[in-house]
Every structure is written in C-alpha cells, then in structure tokens.
Write a protein that binds this ligand. Structure first.
Ligand code: NI
Length: 256
C-alpha cells in the first residue's frame, strides 16, 4: 500500500475527483493527503476529508498567497485544527522565485503558522524555493517536525533538514533526466523520505505531458525501488512506516 502525502485535489483541476481516487486505489495508492494553499482550497480540503474515508488533509496559507490572505483565513486554520483528519499545517513556507520584495511578509506568515503548529503539536508541510537559508533559520526557532515538500537541494542541505527532524518529500522530479535526487536519496536512505505527487503538477516519467494524478505514486515508487535495487513492496513498507511516524493522527489500516 502506497500513500500520496502531498497533492492538490481541487475541483478547478479535476472534473471527476471520485474517479481520481478510484484510479489511485487501483494502483495501490490508498491514502491521500490533500494540501490547501489559501482560503478556498482550505475549505475544499475540509470537504474532501468529510466525504472520502481515505483522504486526510493539511490546511495552510502558501507563501505565494502572502498578498491575498486575511486574518480570517488564519482563524479558519485555527478553528479546524482539531478536526481528526487534519494531520498537518501546510502548504506553508517561503518562495523567493517570483518575488523577493515581500520576503519579510512571507517570513511573518510562515512564522505565524509555525507557531500554530507548535502550539497544537502538529507537523508542518514546508514549501521552500530559493529560500533554503531563511527556511532553516525560521524552522530552528520552533519545536516542530514535518516534511520538506518537493525537496530539491544539495546532499548537505538534505542532511541538515534530517538532523532537524524533518523528512524529505520526494515526487516525480526524481524521475526526470539529469536529476541529482537519486544520488541524494541513496546517501540519506529510504527511512528519511516520504512519497508525494504534488498533483496536478510535476507528472513523473513515463507520463510526462499528462495531468498528474495520485495513481502515479506507483511510478515514483517503482523508480525508487530500482534506485535501491529492492522490491516495490519494500519501498511501500518503509515509506508508509515513515508516514505513520510523522502523521500520528492518520489511521492507517493494514492490508489495504
Ligand atoms: Ni504543493
């Protein structure tokens, strides 16, 4: 059994969410963690976890939404944090790729949400793009664990995050040509990673060009099995175990 620990299962991307979930199950991907990014998607996450037994959720304000969010949106996160199926605060973090002139505002929003996670003892799902140093410095101030989603840094940075108690989220990017992630995960070991699609983005090989979907976790897992020269079952067992340890609110049944 495999788990997609990071995707954006929103109506604006998927016309038939029932079908997406069914196809995922047919490909051994049983549990999904739907990640919100702002007001509307956070509400959609809550609806999806109410509707689907195998869908869990994370709610948060994404750094790209820093100019658009209101305090009400932060209140919404606080008010829904006790939901039994909200397993993390995410997707949150820093993104200096498009905009560097609002760094301070981004840091403030990130810190605000880390504080909520710390107070409620929930893990965080971190988006860090071209902002490694600031991400590390802010995370160090809080007693939180979590995952560095879509990890793409160096081996040195990978080791640093792991030392801080974080797992690395590995997605379809690892299957791309000329990607150095293979060497990095070989070095850090399977016990430090969890699998994600980041659907609808970043479709893995061999389905590049199609819309990404949680069913493609299977392609990522098979790729990783080849990297380590182990079986798909071993990849599933180890990564599922990592998920269980991190997301303690998830109820993962055996034999799914
Ligand atoms: Ni994402």
């Amino acid at each position: 059994m495999l788990i997609d620990t990071h995707l954006h299962l929103y109506k604006e991307y998927y016309k038939d969410i029932d079908k997406v979930i069914k196809e995922a199950k047919e490909n051994k991907v049983y549990y999904l963690i739907n990640n919100g990014c702002e007001k509307n998607s956070n509400k959609e996450v809550i609806k999806s976890i109410d509707k689907y037994q195998n869908v869990y959720g994370a709610i948060g304000i994404h750094p790209e939404e820093v100019e658009n969010y209101s305090l009400e949106d932060i209140e919404y996160i606080k008010n829904n944090i006790d939901n039994a199926k909200i397993v993390a605060i995410g997707e949150i973090g820093l993104d200096y790729h498009y905009s560097k002139d609002n760094k301070e505002k981004q840091k403030e929003l990130f810190a605000k949400q880390l504080m909520i996670a710390e107070e409620n003892k929930l893990p965080v799902i971190v988006h860090s793009r071209e902002a490694t140093e600031d991400t590390i410095n802010i995370l160090k101030k809080y007693q939180v664990t979590g995952v560095i989603h879509s990890f793409s840094g160096s081996l040195e940075v990978a080791k640093l995050f792991i030392k801080m108690g974080f797992l690395l989220g590995i997605n379809g990017v690892i299957t791309f040509k000329n990607c150095n992630l293979k060497e990095i995960i070989k070095n850090i070991g399977l016990e430090n990673i969890i699998l994600e699609t980041d659907a609808p983005y970043l479709t893995p090989v061999p389905n590049r060009g199609k819309q990404n979907s949680p069913k493609y976790i299977l392609d990522i897992a098979e790729f990783i099995a080849d990297v380590f020269d182990i079986t798909l079952d071993e990849v599933a067992t180890i990564t599922t175990n990592n998920v269980k340890k991190l997301y303690t609110k998830m109820v993962i049944e055996k034999n799914q």
